[in-house]
Design a protein around this ligand. Sequence first.
Ligand code: NAD
Length: 354
Amino acid sequence: MLKIGSVPGDDIGPEVVPEAVKVMKAAAAKVGLQIEWQENLPTGVRGHKLHGTTCPQSTWDALEKLDGWVLGPHGHDVYPKNDPTWFNPPMRKRYEMYANVKPVRSYPNIPSLHKNVDIVFLRETTEGMQAGGVVVAGSGEFRPNDDISIGMRVITRKGANRVARAAFEIAQHRLRKKVTSVHKASVYKLCCGMFAEECREVAKDFPGVELEEVLVDGFAMKLVMKPHQFDVVVTTNQFGDILTDEGAGIVGGLGLAPGLVMGEKQAMAQATHGSAPDIAGKNIANPYAMIMSGRMLMEWLGRKHNEPKAVKAAQLMDAAVEKVIAEAKHLTADLGGKASTTEMGDAIAAALPA
Ligand code: NAD
């Protein structure tokens, strides 16, 4: 039986994560898929209230035993200023979750900069500028004296190779069969250089997939002006962090940007958006990104554990979301509608095909 958890996180996290869990449970029930759930694991502000830390040991221990989990955003501004803990990068490192898969797609009836956009980003998530735990503890930054701060960037052949491989594996099943490697090897000859070399190395194993290389600054411009030229995009941690928010921006905003962070053994559904304190507590956040992240987790678990019912459940979730978006009767305000978070989640659960 699949073991899945939920970690609501902060601000809008406890509003959107339960919607994802609700739709996942409803889809699983439709196909007779058994899931053992471990819900509401405390982190963030709730972690502080219950255990005095952003990431309680009991949560780490629980996650260890799960196949995957739905992770809400964490609002770094709301922790006590002296809190030394740091959540996302250490979590990815701890469970070796190395690739963040982030689809960016447009819908015909949702206002966006471009139509017919269909890109899958892969952002490396254990190294780069957020190299916590790779070489030094914490963020990879230090301040030798009060006038200078130094940041460290780590790229390894192993890290670059495995995220590049994940990108090519996805690209070979898509129509356009193209991977764009985004870097700045012209300047960062060692770090970006190694990343680019590994992408070229992996490309040799996928003769049916085209590899192109684009420097990150030019890519940022092309993504805004002509996004249709891109199919699968693979890049390093910090470039990916920035470019995927830009990607969300061209198709209608962060409410439409789901993601899956995957490792060798486990994966987590994690939307691109943050904790959105400006709209928290109002039940108006768009649950799409979190629900579709849950859908990605369902499919990943189905393929990983050879569980066709989970793959089927993911397909049902796709169909339900398509229907609710196309009908446009139960959309949140960011998509031009008037529905609450809960109403949109309920509508998606109700639209699951029999
Ligand atoms: P944000 O993504 O939280 O919000 C940016 C804008 O997008 C806001 O106007 C917000 O209202 C809107 N938005 C985000 N998600 C939405 C949704 N589901 N529906 C409708 N609108 C949505 O980014 P921010 O404001 O820069 O960061 C807020 C906090 O989140 C900070 O503490 C930041 O550190 C944290 N953060 C956490 C994560 C994470 O845990 N994965 C990621 C990014 C930012």
